[in-house]
Ligand binder design. Structure first.
Ligand code: ARG
Ligand code: ZN
Length: 872
């Protein structure tokens, strides 16, 4: 059934205190909860029953009120709810449930990962542990006692501070934890296992001493240092940039191998997917280091944006996620290269979030309804939500934005609030009316902005004419115009910024109407506009640039992001034309403008290496697909190859020189400059390998053998495996596996490299790998590395016109639907885009969606995505 934002009601009861006791055993876990309830004076209906959430699999063993055991006539259990009527205004409810974490394959609630007990309660996992008002606006003080066998589970953790511990005479021990901050159930966490840890210390700006511990299995103890340093950097940064200090005496992170998402911000006890916390030069690539740094920061920042101030209901998810993604992106920009970080974020947004906005699951940043909230941990809520907060930052300026965040944290500390409350704080400190801006939260779809320029030499006036529109989405037919901040600079023919009002070189125009013109006075020559600098709004902007003008912007724009974007637009324009040529059966001829531009960038030794690597990376197949009206898989694939190969052949000597210049033997470091050097070197190697010359195979093999770090060895591995040198490909694959078979995360890379190999027969290889001892169909990381990568990054093979790729994916989803609904539902994404493909493929994709629909009992997760995808 569908849940609507407009139906929100305050809870009938508040909770003063939640006491939990867990007896962890091999065959079962007993959970006793004792909860002190108080009738909520704000609730309209004073006769309202207590409505508790509880998963159907919960075995209820005892329910009592103030010591009086209830019989089954005293309450009603239906579906996921338990209703108790006729209650006093104050009482303590005791509840004992029996659960089987060892059989919990959904990885929600309490489950086992590699023999260790752990939890994932966001969004609605707590109801798989006990009966409770499992909603974020019910905040309580938690106290948890965990009892378990001491030998198997020497480490027992929960939120807050450890206040007591003891031993029992049967070999079991217990630990009691108390969390002094009220929190909703989704922030509860428990861990029990045989874990090792590293420890450090941090003193907050006001002098609080905090113990920092990161736990992992013994074999991974040597991969925790980077996360620890990232944590300390995050703590300092949040004090300096947001004035936010940590508030407990201890902060813990636990690494687990089985995890549906990246990580979770449980109060004082973050739980992380190993892929987002373990890092070591020998096993982790540069992007992995950056991911660890970013996710550690993200979860840490949630302590304020999420935990101290939380969400009223799950429609407000972006209140904490959009804001926290914004905070972590600012942090990563400060720690590394800001321009590179921006390019990466925008690339993700434009490829994946724009596609989501254009697909059947399109929804606003603050959704209006859902069937299963797990389906709304989306790029729209996270990444577009981040862009919305970034726009507030752009419109208000850094200082006023900080005043707004201070007011927000201060005003709502300890509360569960809404995105409106967040915007209101920004409105209050700036004195601005934000009602139009709020449409970013309530309207789905990617706005389009068309811009033209007009210069009048006589009056020295330059005018930008802008038009905005937003396509209909399945959830919303018509949209009102948005407030779109468009950051603009004007370049003179020499490539210098023309000073604008107040001497600034960038001005933020506020487009609010459907059509609007902006006039710049005292412009001495006809300028070339640099539009949407830094990607100031999540829109598709069009301006009729000539190719010469794009090359000019690539070379001169003072905005690094827009320099890169000009190169992208140039490549996209050229490739789109070639795609049309391919479809008409015309011979493909590459416009020399692209090669010339790339050659210039490559020869410019002044340029930042990371920028050079980004500029020379061709738009991905996924991005070209998103831009296409109808996705012609073969044309996109062929054209991209053709362009890559042509560039490689024409700039071969230059690439070789760049490779050699950057192939220096320094010890590994994940700092921005070293990452940039490796990324440029490996980009050069990729182009060299595209020539298919034996000598470059030798170069790649040499790099593979000699590399002292995973970034270089994996880059070489991928290029060799994806090349036509099949003999060497299979040799390095075997060698790599032999060497790394005991490193689960490295094995995932080994799976992914094979899953993304574009050569014919990839599906058979993927299916064979499912039987390999390295594969585990219950582990989400393995599923992502093999199945998701095949479906998302092996365009030709997944979209094989015999339908085998689609059939394969549907088979996986049918199995996972029962086993792990969250993962099943996520895997569905590529099939849901069926309407974007030409008839033949789209019919095959749709047929597989229908087959899943008729396969039997569907989880809410899969049902929602399926039914939305099959409309119309
Ligand atoms: N709050 C977590 C984060 O963004 C994500 C948890 C998602 N969990 C889920 N079941 N969808 O860091
Ligand atoms: Zn988050």
């Amino acid at each position: 059934s569908v849940i609507y934002l407009k139906d929100y009601e305050v809870p009938a009861f508040r909770v003063e205190q939640t006491e939990l006791r867990f007896e962890l055993e091999e065959e079962q876990t007993l959970v006793r909860s004792q909860v002190r309830y108080v009738r909520n004076p704000d609730s309209a209906n004073r006769q309202h029953p207590l409505v508790l959430d509880g998963h159907e699999a919960l075995e209820l063993q005892r329910l009592s009120i103030d010591g009086e055991v209830l019989s089954d006539k005293d309450y009603r259990r239906s579906g996921e709810q338990l209703l108790i009527p006729n209650l006093p205004d104050h009482f303590t409810l005791e509840c004992i449930t029996r659960i089987e974490p060892q059989n919990n394959t959904a990885l929600e609630g309490l489950y086992k990962s590699d023999g260790m007990f752990c939890t994932q309660c966001e969004a609605e996992g707590f109801r798989r542990i006990t009966f409770y008002q499992d909603r974020p606006d019910v905040m309580a003080l938690f106290e948890s006692t965990i009892v378990a066998d001491k030998q198997r589970y020497p480490v027992l953790l929960s939120n807050g501070n450890m206040v007591d511990a003891g031993e029992e005479d049967d070999g079991r021990h217990w630990v009691k934890w108390q969390d002094p901050f009220p929190k909703p159930a989704y922030l509860f966490a428990l861990v029990g296992g045989d874990l090792q840890f590293i420890e450090d210390r941090y003193t907050t700006s006001s002098g609080r001493h905090v113990v920092l511990k990161i736990f992992a299995e013994a074999k991974d103890l040597d991969k925790l240092e980077y996360a620890m340093n990232s944590l300390k950097h995050s703590m300092r940064w949040d004090e300096q940039v947001y004035g936010r200090e940590y508030d407990l005496d201890i902060f813990m992170i636990v690494a687990v191998d089985f995890f549906n998402m990246g990580a979770m911000e449980n109060k004082g006890l973050n739980i992380f997917n190993t892929s987002c916390v373990l890092a070591h030069p020998e096993t982790t690539v540069d992007a992995g280091f950056q991911r660890v740094e970013g996710v550690v920061a993200h979860e840490y920042f949630h302590n304020w944006s999420g935990n101290r101030v939380t969400c009223r209901d799950w429609f407000q998810l972006s209140l904490k996620e959009g804001f926290t993604v914004f905070r972590d992106s600012q942090f990563s920009a400060d720690m590394n290269s800001a321009t590179v970080k921006r390019i990466e974020d925008v690339t993700l947004l434009r490829t994946a979030q724009f596609a989501e906005d254009a697909g059947p699951m399109a929804h606003p940043v603050r959704p209006a309804s859902f069937i299963e909230i797990s389906n709304f941990y989306t790029l729209t809520v996270y990444e577009k939500g981040c862009e919305v907060v970034r726009m507030l930052h752009t419109l208000l300026g850094a200082q006023t934005f900080r005043k707004g965040s201070d007011l927000y944290f201060d005003r709502h500390d300890g509360q569960a609030v809404t995105t409106d409350d967040f915007v209101q704080a920004m409105a209050d400190v700036s004195g601005r009316d934000m009602s139009r801006f709020k449409l970013w939260y309530s309207q789905s779809g990617t706005p389009q902005v068309s811009v033209t320029g007009e210069y009048d030499a006589q009056s020295q006036r330059y005018t930008l004419h802008m038009q905005q529109s937003c396509p209909a989405t399945p959830d919303m037919a018509t949209k009102q115009p948005f407030l779109i901040p468009v950051a603009v600079g004007l370049l003179d023919p020499g490539g210098e910024d023309i000073p604008l009002q107040g001497g600034e070189t960038t001005e933020v125009l506020e487009l609010i109407a459907t059509e609007q013109s902006f006039v710049f006075e005292n412009i001495p020559v006809e300028p070339i506009p640099s539009l949407l600098r830094g990607f100031s709004a999540p829109v598709k902007l069009k301006f009729p640039y000539s190719r010469e003008q794009l090359v000019f912007l690539m070379q001169h724009d003072s905005d690094g992001f827009n320099r890169w974007d000009a190169a992208q637009q140039l490549a996209v324009g050229i490739m789109s034309e070639l795609i049309a040529d391919h479809q008409q059966g015309r011979e493909l001829i590459l416009d020399p403008a692209l090669v010339d531009a790339y050659q210039q960038v490559l020869s410019d030794t002044e340029l930042d290496r990371a920028m050079v690597a980004k500029v020379l990376t061709l738009p991905s197949e996924a991005y070209l697909s998103e831009l296409a009206e109808v996705i012609d898989v073969d044309a996109i694939y062929r054209v991209r190859r053709f362009v890559r190969d042509s560039i490689a052949n024409q700039l071969e000597t230059l690439f070789l020189r760049v490779y050699q210049d950057n192939n220096t033997a320094e010890p590994y470091s994940p700092d921005a400059a070293s990452v940039a050097r490796r990324s440029l070197k490996n980009l050069a190697l990729a182009y060299l390998m595209a020539t298919e010359k034996q000598e470059y195979l030798q170069l790649a093999l040499q790099q593979y053998r000699q590399a002292d770090n995973m970034t270089d060895s994996q880059a070489a591995l991928t290029l060799i495996v994806h090349s036509g040198f099949v003999q060497q490909a299979s040799e390095v694959l075997d060698d790599f596996y032999q060497r790394w078979q005991n490193e689960s995360l490295v094995v995932n890379q080994w799976l992914a490299v094979q899953a993304s190999d574009p050569k014919e027969g990839a599906l058979a290889r993927v299916q064979a790998l499912q039987q390999h001892p390295a594969y585990d169909g219950a582990n989400p990381n393995k599923i992502r590395s093999l199945i998701s990568i095949f479906c998302a990054q092996n365009m030709l093979n997944f979209h094989n016109t015999d339908g085998s790729g689609y059939r394969f994916l549907a088979d996986q989803i049918i199995v996972l639907n029962k086993q792990n609904p969250q993962i099943a539902s996520r895997l569905l994404t590529p099939l849901t885009r069926w309407k974007r493909y030409p008839q033949e493929r789209s019919a095959l994709m749709k047929a597989e969606l229908e087959r899943i629909r008729s396969s039997g009992d569907l989880s809410r997760d899969v049902f929602e995505v399926l039914s939305k995808s099959l409309v119309g």
